[in-house]
Design a protein around this ligand. Structure first.
Ligand code: BV8
Length: 266
């Protein structure tokens, strides 16, 4: 792609929050407004923070899941092998939370983006399925989906319409089904990684929304966009590694900031 990094795009905007939906409209740099308006190939990389305002807990930061639980016990194959019942109880709890949750304004803006930009993809680390529920069609799920289960013995894949009832669920072959999600130390699905890397390379603009950017290989994607000459716009409550190279960082709640940015560029 011939586009080089725009000069003078770098801006950092900390929005004062007086309450949900009360964020002041960020004053966007003119170059950034032009960049977003003229962008054709756009992607959004999301993490748990984009679903936080839907009431779905994040992993890190204040009150995060890994503050309470040990990821080795709940999000590794080793942990599942040792105690599949405990792991399934945790995923069932999350399924109940997610089933009650609704897409929030950040999800809705990302769904609007798909209608506006000629080439658009969501790349998500989330397993909650909220982008599809908000209306996005092109969603690349790097870490799987909490509503899918699979059998490691016979490859059977099942889609759940509601939280799992039997704990642990059994395959027709008799073995225990596992959540179709990627645990630590496991390879990400090959097709999704290849597609996400292609999208990152081709993006003129990537929004990075609600991720601590500590988990690889997902965290490498915005760097690919940057190194391919694309622009990176970050939305997070606080600075992350992405902030060190983003063209713009907006600090505040995604459910406030994305609608404000979207309004500002119409
Ligand atoms: C891999 C399961 C190749 C699904 C998850 C040593 C041994 C083995 C592996 C490694 C190792 N060292 C490094 C690795 C690689 C490892 C890794 O990166 N570890 C990190 C932690 C150091 N990666 C892997 O293992 C990956 N596989 O590399 O395979 C390999 C194989 C063998 C050996 C080496 C390499 C697999 C990674 C996937 C792991 N699965 N979860 C599930 O149950 O959900 S990870 C978990 O973290 C989730 O998937 C989550 O999506 C992901 C990333 O977290 P975030 O989404 O960013 O969420 P987080 O809570 O961290 O941050 C939320 C952010 O939102 C914060 O910044 C916060 O400020 C912000 N926020 C909050 N509220 C809001 C907000 N922003 C805006 N608005 C708000 N309202």
């Amino acid at each position: 792609m011939g586009h080089g990094p725009e000069k003078g795009l770098t801006q950092e905007v900390r929005l004062r929050m007086s309450g949900p939906g009360q964020a002041e409209t960020p004053k966007l740099d003119k170059g950034l407004v032009k960049k977003i308006r003229e962008a054709r190939t756009v992607s959004v990389l999301t993490g748990a923070g984009v679903s936080a305002e839907s009431g779905i807990p994040t992993f890190r930061g204040a009150g995060g899941i890994w503050d309470k639980y040990d990821f080795r016990v709940l999000a590794t194959h080793e942990g599942f092998r040792k105690d599949p019942r405990l792991v399934w109880e945790w995923y069932q709890l999350r399924q109940v939370e997610i089933a009650k949750a609704r897409p929030n304004p950040a999800h809705m803006v990302i769904a609007d983006m798909e209608k506006r930009f000629s080439s658009f993809s969501v790349i998500t680390q989330n397993i909650d399925g909220m982008h599809a529920r908000a209306g996005n069609k092109k969603v690349i799920e790097l870490h799987g989906n909490i509503w899918r289960m699979r059998c490691e013995r016979d490859g059977l894949e099942l889609v759940l319409g509601a939280p799992v009832s039997d704990i642990p669920p059994l395959c027709q072959c008799g073995s225990i089904l596992r959540p179709d999600v990627v645990w630590f130390g496991e390879q990400l699905p090959k097709n999704e990684v290849e597609e996400a890397s292609r999208v990152a390379r081709e993006s003129e603009l990537m929004f990075v929304v609600g991720t601590s950017a500590v988990v690889y290989p997902a965290a490498a994607l915005p760097v690919i966009t940057k190194n391919s000459g694309g622009a990176v716009v970050e939305v997070n409550l606080e600075p992350t590694d992405v902030s060190t190279y983003a063209d713009a960082s907006f600090f505040g709640r995604a459910g406030d900031i994305l609608p404000a940015i979207w309004k500002a560029i119409q």
